[in-house]
Design a binder for this molecule. Structure first.
Ligand code: AHM
Ligand code: MG
Length: 286
C-alpha cells in the first residue's frame, strides 16, 4: 500500500504542474458518462495511468475518464478506481480542483472491498489526504522542493457549522429543500464551490458540517459516481468519525455498483447533521 501512496505524491506533483501550464480548452472527446472532456482531463488521466501501470500490486485501473477497465498485472492485489481531475467545470475559473482515488481488493469492487482512499487538492497549496480502513486519515501538504510533510490527522467533531448543498435547487424534492432550509435556519453557513474535493476537504478540516448531493428530479440517482467519488469519500468520512449515507439511509460503504460508472445520491457529514437528515427524510436506523 505504501508504494501506492508514494506514487500518489508523484501524481499530485505532475498534475499540479499540468494544471498550471497546460491548455484549458476542450478535447474532441466525451467520457463514459457523456461529459465533454477537457484536454486537462485527458492529460491528468494519462499521468495517473503512467504512474499506476508500472506497479505490480495493481491488477487493474478504472478511470472516470475511461469507458473500460484497464488491466495492469493479473496477479495484483488491488484495483485502483480514480477520478483524475474532479471539478472540470471550475478549473477554467481557477478554483480549487482535485483527484480522488479508491483502492479496492481485486475481485471486490464495492464499499466493503475498499481498503484505502485518498484525494489530492490542487489549490493555492497542494494537499493530500490518505485513509486506510480502520485508521484515522492523515493530512499532508507540499512544501519547499515539492516534498509532502504530514500535518495532522483528520477528525470530525460531533457537529459542524458548514452546509454544502449540491444539485440544482429547482429539481430538489420538497423534503430536501425543507431540510436544507432548516440547517440554514439553525445558523449553518453556505460553503459550496462546485468541486467536491475542496468542498469536502473544507468540511473535514474545519471539523464538520454537511455536503449533500441528493437524487433530484433531473438526476434521480444523483451525479456523483460510486467507485471514483462517493465510496472513497465515504471511507474518509467514516475514518474521520463522520458518516456517509445514501437517500435511503444506507451506509455508502455497504453499496455495490452494478456498473463501473454508476452514480448514487450521497450525503457526507458529522453525526449531528446526518442524524438530522435521517429524521427529516423519515429514515429509521436498524
Ligand atoms: P466532474 O467529475 O465532472 O467534475 O463532476 C463532479 C463535480 C463534483 O466535484 C461536484 O460536487 C459536482 O460535480 C458539482 O455538481 P453541480 O455543478 O451540479 O453542483
Ligand atoms: Mg468527478
Amino acid at each position: 500500500m505504501l508504494t501506492i501512496f508514494e506514487k500518489l505524491k508523484n501524481i499530485a506533483l505532475d498534475i499540479d504542474k499540468a494544471i498550471k501550464n497546460e491548455d484549458l480548452g476542450y478535447s474532441e472527446h466525451q467520457n463514459a458518462t457523456g461529459d465533454e472532456q477537457l484536454k486537462l482531463d485527458v492529460v491528468s488521466d494519462t499521468l495517473v495511468e503512467h504512474h499506476l501501470s508500472d506497479l505490480s500490486l495493481v491488477q487493474a485501473i478504472i478511470s472516470e475518464e475511461k469507458e473500460e477497465i484497464m488491466p495492469v498485472n493479473e496477479s495484483g492485489k488491488y484495483v485502483i478506481c480514480y477520478d483524475p481531475l474532479d471539478g472540470s467545470s471550475i478549473v477554467d475559473v481557477n478554483l480549487s480542483v482535485g483527484s480522488i482515488f479508491g483502492i479496492y481488493e481485486a475481485g471486490n469492487l464495492s464499499g466493503s472491498g475498499l481498503r484505502a482512499a485518498a484525494y489530492i487538492v490542487y489549490g493555492p497549496r497542494l494537499e493530500l489526504v490518505l485513509a486506510v480502513r480502520g485508521r484515522v486519515p492523515r493530512h499532508y501538504r507540499s512544501g519547499a522542493r515539492g516534498l509532502f510533510s504530514a500535518r495532522s490527522s483528520v477528525s470530525l467533531n460531533e457537529k459542524g457549522k458548514l452546509n454544502a448543498p449540491g444539485g440544482t435547487q429547482k429539481y430538489w424534492s420538497p423534503t430536501h429543500k425543507a431540510f436544507i432550509d432548516s440547517l440554514f435556519a439553525e445558523g449553518y453557513r453556505l460553503r459550496y464551490s462546485g468541486g467536491m474535493v475542496p468542498d469536502l476537504h473544507q468540511i473535514l478540516l474545519k471539523g464538520g458540517g454537511l455536503f449533500s448531493y441528493p437524487g433530484t428530479q433531473d438526476k434521480p440517482k444523483g451525479k456523483l459516481r460510486m467507485l471514483f467519488e462517493a465510496l472513497p469519500f465515504a471511507l474518509i468520512f467514516e475514518s474521520a468519525g463522520g458518516q456517509a449515507i445514501d437517500q435511503e439511509g444506507r451506509r455508502l460503504l455497504d453499496l455495490t455498483p452494478e456498473h463501473i460508472h454508476d452514480t448514487t445520491p450521497c450525503f457526507f457529514g458529522s453525526d449531528y447533521e446526518i442524524d438530522k437528515l435521517k429524521s427529516a427524510y423519515g429514515i429509521h436506523d436498524g
